[in-house]
Design a protein around this ligand. Structure first.
Ligand code: NAP
Length: 280
């Protein structure tokens, strides 16, 4: 009998997660006998669950809010990227040991590489709006791609300053209201705040001085075209939406568990958009 490998996404709450749809699509596409479930894990049960994970039925999992940091003490091996980012979103069992990594930064880069090939060839200066959990992975990604100046503008400036303490002098912290002044010197602008998300107010960043080659991306993907992306398009600059980040961050985990690096194709994108009620 062919062995069916069990995986899933662990979070609380978890019913909103689109990861089962993504991995389910790939399992079907590649005809792999395996499963990927939504695993609801209450915070008070996390300690015991992760302690025994390597002895259980699952070969690995994605980890989401609120467990991305809580899982760390239970890992036997933690990859460099996860150490640098300080959070884990992918785990797997190897020779009885629990391994963990972070693939959010790969998702961010994979999305830009797919949406705007060569975007980083001459790019050196970025403006990152926001300094929350997602911003950490993105700053790490930009450092990996050789960015020399990463302006981080955040409502709570102390959190932007923490990014400089953590990642070093390439990171330049600012208050969010000072971001307008930085637009004209950037090759890349990334929104990582929750502004612009459905039901939230839009991000009010002036694009008056934007350079013609500047790429604008928003990791918020509900709506797919955020007010920031729409204004950037109106200015005639290139944009990449945030849905691909979600899809591309999932691929390395799938490969780790099932041995196939899956393709992020348009059919998958349409499947998720349909689920979001935004089919195109
Ligand atoms: P987080 O850790 O809670 O950080 C939220 C960020 O938004 C912080 O910088 C926060 O500033 C800022 N913010 C929130 N409300 C604000 C307001 N009213 N005015 C100004 N700034 C505000 O969240 P996260 O995990 O980084 O996620 C951020 C967004 O990215 C969410 O919308 C999430 O859905 C999206 N996301 C997308 C992907 C993807 O795959 N595309 C992946 C991860 C996250 P303060 O520090 O001042 O509070």
């Amino acid at each position: 009998m062919v062995e069916s490998k069990k995986t899933g996404v662990i979070g609380w709450p978890i019913s909103h997660s689109r990861s089962p749809l993504i991995h389910g699509y790939w399992l079907k596409t590649y005809n792999i006998p395996g499963s990927y479930e939504a695993i609801a894990l209450a915070p008070e049960k996390a300690e015991l669950f992760f302690k025994d994970f390597a002895k259980g039925d699952y070969i690995g999992a994605n980890i989401t809010i609120p467990h991305k940091v809580a899982v760390i003490p239970h890992l036997d091996v933690m990859e460099e990227a996860a150490k640098a980012i300080g959070a884990v979103n992918t785990i797997w069992v190897e020779d009885g040991k629990l391994h963990g990594t972070n693939t959010d930064w790969l998702g961010f880069l994979g999305n830009l590489d797919a949406g705007c090939a060569g975007w980083d060839k001459t790019a050196k200066t970025a403006l990152v709006l926001g300094a929350g959990g997602a911003a950490r992975g993105i700053i790490y990604a930009l450092i990996q791609r050789g960015f020399q100046q990463i302006h981080v503008a955040n409502r709570t400036i102390a959190r932007a300053q923490e990014m400089q303490t953590h990642f070093g002098s390439a990171v330049l912290p600012h208050a969010l209201e000072d971001a307008d002044k930085l637009v004209g010197e950037c090759d890349l602008i990334v929104n990582t705040t929750s502004l612009g998300m459905e039901k939230n107010p839009p991000l009010t960043l002036s694009l008056e001085t934007i350079r013609p080659h500047c790429l604008v991306t928003d990791i918020v993907y509900t709506p797919l075209e955020t007010p920031l992306l729409r204004r950037a398009k109106d200015k005639g600059v290139k944009t990449v939406d945030g849905l691909g980040m979600l899809l591309h961050q999932a691929a390395p985990g799938f490969e780790r568990w099932f041995g196939v690096y899956p393709t992020v194709d348009d059919e998958l994108r349409q499947l998720i958009l349909k689920d979001m009620g935004q089919a195109q």
